[in-house]
Write a protein that binds this ligand. Sequence first.
Ligand code: SF4
Length: 312
Amino acid sequence: MDNHIVLKQLTVSFTTKAGTVKAANRIDAIFPGGQISGIVGETGSGKSVLGLSVLGLLPENRIVSGSILYKNRDLLQLPEPEMNALRGKTIAFVPQNPDTALNPSMTVGAQLSEMFTCHAKASPAEAHLRALEQLRRYALPESQIGFDRYSFQLSGGQRQRLLCAMGNALEPEWLIADEPTKGLDAVLRRQVFQLFQTLRETSNLGILLITHDLRLAERLCDTIFVLYAGTVVEQGPAGELFAGPLHPYTRGLINAQPHKALMPLPGMPPSLIDLPAGCKFGPRCRQRTKLCSQEPPLRNVYGRQVRCWQYD
Ligand code: SF4
């Protein structure tokens, strides 16, 4: 349990002019250190909010309760200087969009070197060498020419690898990767998969993989958390969950994939400002019964956690 990240009743909402956005509702989860935990669900299910909560990067208009425990400390209660010290060094982040996350006015080498001079107190010469080594490890052009390139001169896959190289530069214990394959074509998605597979095989890094890419999650993750409307609706070992999904939403997500039945889920996710009463998936569920007008609890079903009255 030493380097697990443990969420206890994590609840996150945002006050907006349109109303209160309930992005995460009483989420309990254990993300084991040294393993890959996948958080999957449609856009707007609250996936990214979990990652940003762990990193303490939620916007100002947040209202947060519950706890996020890591090494006997509640990250939600850490003063900002301590949280700042933790970010990057201990828990690193690979954000969703390389184009906005990378600085177009700095060379690749300068951005990487800065990680070492600012956070590891390396001299400029040492930082230069370590940056070159990172470029090599992440299969980026590691020569001086590659070092002096700008991020906009790299391909989409290279930019994604550069983000991972920066995220892992300080050899953190955890990496939170938010939609690492979003917007990439099949070839680049495969490169990202290989990168994470290598990370898993060559390090003891814990990874929280936030993705709508179910194939990536299935092939990489040890454990899967399926999120719908800010709640966990199913959680379990990746192999079992993909081989036999229990929750109707998980089944729908899997069947909507192009290499499966390609049957789109009916309807749209609910507004997080105006959530339906009872089961949040009810308005889209073909198995809905009268009982579903009440909110189902998360219960243990065949060693998995499932939130559905079908398993009452
Ligand atoms: S609780 Fe009812 S509405 Fe919700 S997923 Fe299960 S069967 Fe469908």
